[in-house]
Design a protein around this ligand. Structure first.
Ligand SMILES: N[C@@H](CCC(=O)N[C@@H](CS)C(=O)NCC(=O)O)C(=O)O
Length: 249
C-alpha cells in the first residue's frame, strides 16, 4: 500500500463531500485538500474524467495509484485503511449491514430531497429565472417523507443506525445542512419532526461540523439575499431529475 498522503478532491458546497471531509477530520486522517472548481466545469474536462472520475463528480479519493469515487465507497475504504473506531461503519455483521442499509437509503431516497434546495437556489443561477415550482415541490415531498422515516428511527435511538454515530449520520446530516443554508425548512417543518431536529443539533455540535459547512452557509445566505452565483453547468442532482422538459440539457 502506498505511503503517499491521500488526496481528497472535493467541493465544499457538496453534501457528500462534506460528509467525507468531516469523517476524515474527526479521525485525524492526513490528506491533501484539493478543491475542484465545479462552478466553471473543471470536472467536465476530458483530462479530469479520464484521470479521476468518468462521471465528473466529487468526492474523489486518491491513494497512490488507487482512485476512488462515490462517497459511500470512500467511507468504506477509509474505515479499513485507517482501522477507524468501529462505530463509524459498524462493529458487528449486523451493525455493518445496518450502516449499509442507511447509506443506500440516503443515496436512493433522502438525497433526492436535495432537489428542494437545488431548484430553489442553484437552478436560477444555471438556467435563469423560470418556474421551478414543480421540481421544488417534488424535492419537498421527498424531504418530508424522509423526515417522517427518520423521526421514527431517531425516536428509537439517538443516531440513525443505533446508539452511536456512524458515517450514515454524516451523510444524512449534510443533506440537512444544505436545506438549512437555503432556509428550505421552516420552524414549523422542523417542529413536525422533533427527534430529527434534536439529532441535527447534536451533530452540529460535533468537532468540524460547522467548519466543513462554512462555505455552503455563506452561499445559502447569498442566494437568500438574491445574489446569483456564476455556475455554468448542471450538477449531479439536476441530471435526470427534471420534471419539466423546457429545462435545457
Ligand atoms: N453519488 C455520489 C454523488 C456525488 C455528487 O452528487 N457530487 C456532485 C456535487 S454534490 C457533483 O460532483 N456534481 C458535479 C457534476 O455532477 O458534474 C456520491 O455520493 O459521491
Amino acid at each position: 500500500m502506498s505511503d503517499e498522503t491521500l488526496r481528497f478532491l472535493h467541493h465544499p458546497t457538496s453534501q457528500p463531500c462534506r460528509a467525507v471531509h468531516q469523517l476524515m477530520l474527526e479521525n485525524d486522517i492526513a490528506f491533501d485538500d484539493v478543491v475542484v472548481n465545479l462552478m466553471d466545469g473543471e470536472n467536465e474536462t476530458p483530462e479530469f474524467r479520464q484521470r479521476f472520475n468518468p462521471t465528473g463528480q466529487v468526492p474523489i479519493l486518491v491513494d497512490g495509484d488507487f482512485v476512488l469515487w462515490e462517497s459511500a465507497a470512500i467511507g468504506f475504504y477509509l474505515n479499513e485503511r485507517f482501522a477507524l473506531p468501529a462505530h463509524w461503519l459498524g462493529a458487528t455483521m449486523r451493525q455493518r449491514a445496518r450502516v449499509q442499509q442507511c447509506l443506500h437509503w440516503h443515496s436512493t431516497y433522502l438525497r433526492r430531497g436535495a432537489g428542494a434546495f437545488f431548484y430553489s437556489h442553484f437552478a436560477e443561477c444555471i438556467w435563469g429565472r423560470r418556474d421551478y415550482s414543480r421540481e421544488i415541490a417534488k424535492g419537498r415531498h421527498v424531504l418530508a417523507e424522509s423526515m417522517g422515516h427518520m423521526q421514527g428511527w431517531l425516536e428509537a435511538s439517538p443516531y440513525v443506525c443505533g446508539d452511536e454515530i456512524s458515517f450514515a449520520d454524516l451523510m444524512h446530516y449534510h443533506e440537512f445542512v444544505s436545506h438549512q443554508a437555503g432556509a428550505i425548512l421552516s420552524d414549523d417543518d422542523w417542529a413536525r419532526f422533533p427527534a430529527v431536529r434534536a439529532w441535527f443539533d447534536r451533530i452540529t455540535e460535533r468537532p468540524h461540523a460547522r467548519a466543513v459547512s462554512e462555505m455552503i452557509m455563506q452561499v445559502g445566505a447569498m442566494r437568500q439575499a438574491g445574489t446569483l452565483i456564476p455556475m455554468t453547468r448542471r450538477t449531479s442532482l439536476a441530471k435526470g431529475t427534471e420534471l419539466d422538459p423546457v429545462i435545457p440539457a
